[in-house]
Design a protein around this ligand. Sequence first.
Ligand code: HEM
Length: 368
Amino acid sequence: MNFRNLFQSALDYVSERIPVEKMNFEAMVAKKEVPLHRLSWAYYMGGLALFFLLVQVVTGLMLLFYYQPTVSDAHASVEYITEHVAGGALIRNMHAWASSAMIFCVIAHLLTAFAMKAFDKPREITWITGVLLLLITFGFGFTGYLLPWHQIAVNATKIGMQSIEQIGQYLPGQMALWPKMVKEIVQGEASVGQATLSRFYAIHVILLPLSVAGVLGLHLLAIQLHGMSRGIDEAPRRHEKFFPFFVIKDLTVWSVAFLCLFVIALCLPFESLYSYPLFEPFNPKGSTPDGIKPEWYFYFVYYPLEILPFWVILLGSNLVLAILFLAPWLFKGTSRKTLRLLAIAAALYMIVMTVFGEHIYHLFKGTH
Ligand code: HEM
């Protein structure tokens, strides 16, 4: 195949996935329909993830007015927001609760989109941008955790950084040095300190929001151009109009989500779920307190990491990531029924590890 043909094939491939001729109100909104079936509720998951992302942007901007990204002032500035700024505790709690809610919705959205085979041609770009959004969402969680600069934040980040460096042991030749380089670039100095805080802050408030804007823009554009996939049935029997019916229902779901978030953030400080010493300012000279662990949405990889050899988890997580990226091609001929079973198995694994991970860990170690 000569260069001209290759270029033309690449162009044809992209224009089939991003059909510019459909970029008009008629095709993208007026004619769009949403299938009705037993799993129709899943169509609200992506919208809910979007809603919580918007909450994060608004509350995050408010927090930026007072937050200080320095090791000497970060913790004090966060306490100042909580105790002295009008509505500060509410905004902080909303940011913390909405981050968890967003991660929950993104994972549920991924699993239900998988179960419905929504990655099938011509939706490969929607799926790939989705996997990138999942990684970006985890990135938001990981970098945001360090910002309050308390004991659990700094110590958990140290463990995360050590894990990155450990990967080098399992790579051949020159590649063995790459994870250490990545760690040095992200950490910025010998131990987690000011350089790390500055970098995590820049990643959390600039790099990831810019990436999310671009990737999500493409994700949403592709969705509107192709309309919804056909769902769990081979051919859904009923449909409803996207505009105005589905949009009104979507906004109703958003309103209920906002009400729940508001009430929870008002009544239940996120930090009340942990014991207090973990929220004392980080003390570089003090000993590491008990109970250091990542946020709940990393338990599905954290507890297996504590029980099994590192290389098993490394291999497993890279395999899962590769399967996720290649899903549109790997599962081309797989039936929706099989995909649904795989999604249920994955959901069960995540639930068991998140809820019982700590018990399973103590069972293995013979401690309690
Ligand atoms: C920040 C994170 C994300 C946001 C805000 C988001 C947003 C949305 C929205 C609003 C929709 C249309 C409604 C729906 O089907 O739920 C959608 C559809 C879709 N999303 Fe996402 N998404 C995110 C992450 C993901 C992830 C992690 C995946 C999977 C890897 C994914 C794959 C898809 C697919 C395949 C569709 C098309 C569904 C269909 O046609 O039936 N998205 N997304």
